[in-house]
Design a binder for this molecule. Sequence first.
Ligand SMILES: *[C@@H]1O[C@H](CO)[C@@H](O)[C@H](O)[C@H]1NC(C)=O
Ligand SMILES: *[C@@H]1O[C@H](CO)[C@@H](O)[C@H](O)[C@H]1NC(C)=O
Length: 400
Amino acid sequence: MALSLLIAALLAAAHSRASPVPSKPYVCHEFTVDLALDNVTTVVPFLPEIESRYQATHYANIFTTRQDPDCNSTPEIEFTSITKSFTIVGEYCTPSKPGNKANTLHLLTHGLGFDRSYWDFYLPSNKFDTQYSYVHAATAAGYSTLSWNRLGIAPSTIANPYTEVQAPVELALLAQLTTLARSAHPSISGLHTAPTTIIHVGHSWGSFLTQALATSAPSLVDAVVLTGWSTSSAYMSNFISSGTLHLATENQPARFPAATYSNGFLTWPDALANQFAFFAYPHFDPAVLEYAEAQAKQPFTLGEFLSQQALPAADADETKQADSTGPTVYIVASGQDMLFCGGNCTGIVGEDVPETKAAFPNAAELKVDVLDGFGHGLNLHYGADRAYEKIMMWVGEKVE
Ligand SMILES: *[C@@H]1O[C@H](CO)[C@@H](O)[C@H](O)[C@H]1NC(C)=O
Ligand SMILES: *[C@@H]1O[C@H](CO)[C@@H](O)[C@H](O)[C@H]1NC(C)=O
């Protein structure tokens, strides 16, 4: 008797010493889907496959070489097509206690150099700091989210980085994923009710894909949020010049083994190159930068560079589309974005900037905010939840 009392007392003491562990206020289900592409138009790579680290960096020279504005030296693009299945892995998250708003789905597409963890980012050393997590903010506001690892980002298929991991292929996969989500297809674990509304949210390359989906398949898109985006390609060379196209297999061989990743998978060299492209000093925690570089970064591909121009662009002839009403659009630009704005997005993206309006000629409504204190990788800065709060308010007012 005495012994069992002692044990009970010890157990009680052990319990009271354990710090309370707050559980996440949302539940996530990982899903794996095979998506079959039928005759999707792709680009024939106009540069040979990469033979060596030296040739990779030489390609960085090619992409940043001065161009005579009067003479278009871009090679003529040849097209081919692809019919093939790819595996895509994603994650569906809902509030722990879902209400009506949980039928509004945020479909999140990440940019180059990341995977879907960009949308649900936590430092391992501070797992309860929710300021970086878009998924936390969206589910706290009552919504559901679907994030996915784009093609070429494990555990989605590590496809051919020249001919397959290309913009039009990723666009076709985004369209299929959206169609599955719209019908609450059983392959998307946890999603049991067809969403009433889908908001496509992109970052950077993911914003290009999102914009292209809104242009090419408007019936799939209700509303659009673009981050890390502008219409200017004038500063893109900042990304290539600072990153100088390193082979992913040489840069982080343990994470990107040569048995799986060929020379077509590329990255930037180190944390400071990452900072230059994605972070605005002093608006970030160095521990976030170091973690993003060592554990979170993912390669991009040569095929992505060679195929971006093949994405459908908005039809400049507005009258042609005058009958159709496009999505409601919210653009949240990072004030200090080096890659899309040369470090200052004011005047490059805006509600009164003609190029911004031309990108969405039939937007039902277009709102733009340029947020000071953020570099290109918006979600990884201090107070990223300030941006999320604005997005959730906009969704509440304009979309629901
Ligand atoms: C594939 O698409 C192209 C262009 O849209 C078309 O010309 C071709 O006939 C298609 N091929 C097949 C096998 O459907
Ligand atoms: C950013 O650009 C705008 C418009 O050109 C200019 O008015 C502003 O001074 C610039 N900001 C900084 C910090 O240079």
